[in-house]
Design a protein around this ligand. Structure first.
Ligand code: CA
Length: 224
C-alpha cells in the first residue's frame, strides 16, 4: 500500500536522482519529463501526491496544477522552483499548489515535505489515528512514536487501533475481548494483560512515557 508519487521534472538527471531516493523510501514513483505527459499521467494514474517542476516544456508546473484543480483533483502538489521564480509564488498558490521547495534542495527537505503532506491527506481521510506522539495508519498498518517505527503483530495492532479510537476513554476487559478478539473467543481473558504488556514494551522501548494505563478493577485507557 505504498503511496504513489508523480514526479514531473525535465532535468533528466535530477528526475532520476529523486526517483531513486523516493523508491528507496518505499514510494511508488511515476515520472514525466514534460507538462503534457505529466497532466495525462496525473489524470490517469491518480497519484497520492505530485511534485511538479515550475519550468517545464509544453506546460508549466503551475499551469499543470491549475488544470488539475480545474478537474476537481485534490492531490497535494509540491512545486519545485528556482530561486528567481520565488517572487512569483503567489501565482503558484493561486493555481492551487500546496507547497514550494526551492532549487537546489536537499532530498531530506523534500522527503520531509512529502511525509507532511501525505500525513495530512491521511488524517483527512480518517486513515490516521493519533494521540500524543503515537500515530497509527489504518491503511498502511504503520505505527510510529514520533519518528520511530514500531513493528507490531496483527493482534497487537488491532488492540492498539481499538484503544486509539477514543483516547482517554476507559475500555473494560469485556469490551476489548469482544471487539478485538471477537464474541467467540473462548480462551483465557488474561490474554489482554499479556498483549497490553507486549504493546507497552514496544511502545516504551526508547524510554518514552507510558500511554496505555491500567484503570484498576475496570480496564485500560490511553492517557498522557
Ligand atoms: Ca525545469
Amino acid at each position: 500500500m505504498a503511496a504513489h508519487i508523480l514526479l514531473v521534472e525535465d532535468e533528466i538527471k535530477l528526475a532520476r536522482f529523486v526517483e531513486l531516493e523516493l523508491t528507496a523510501e518505499g514510494y511508488r514513483v511515476t515520472i514525466a519529463h514534460d507538462g503534457i505527459t505529466g497532466l495525462t499521467l496525473a489524470r490517469e494514474s491518480t497519484p497520492d501526491l505530485a511534485i511538479l517542476d515550475w519550468m517545464l516544456p509544453g506546460l508549466t508546473g503551475v499551469e499543470l496544477c491549475r488544470r488539475l484543480r480545474a478537474t476537481g483533483s485534490k492531490v497535494p502538489v509540491i512545486l519545485l522552483t528556482a530561486r528567481d521564480e520565488v517572487s512569483d509564488r503567489v501565482t503558484g498558490l493561486d493555481a492551487g499548489a500546496d507547497d514550494y521547495v526551492l532549487k537546489p534542495f536537499s532530498i531530506e527537505e523534500l522527503l520531509a515535505r512529502i511525509r507532511a503532506h501525505l500525513r495530512r491527506t491521511q488524517e483527512e481521510s480518517g486513515d490516521l489515528l493519533q494521540f500524543e506522539d503515537l500515530s497509527l495508519n489504518r491503511r498502511t498498518r504503520e505505527v510510529f512514536r514520533g519518528e520511530r517505527a514500531i513493528d507490531l503483530t496483527a493482534k497487537e495492532f488491532d488492540l492498539l487501533e481499538y484503544l486509539l479510537n477514543h483516547p482517554r476513554q476507559v475500555y473494560t476487559r469485556d469490551q476489548i475481548l469482544e471487539k478485538v478478539w471477537g464474541y467467540d473467543f473462548m480462551g483465557d481473558s488474561n490474554i489482554i494483560e499479556v498483549y497490553i504488556r507486549y504493546l507497552r514494551i514496544k511502545l516504551e522501548e526508547s524510554n518514552e512515557k507510558r500511554l496505555i494505563h491500567t484503570v484498576r478493577g475496570v480496564g485500560y485507557a490511553l492517557r498522557e
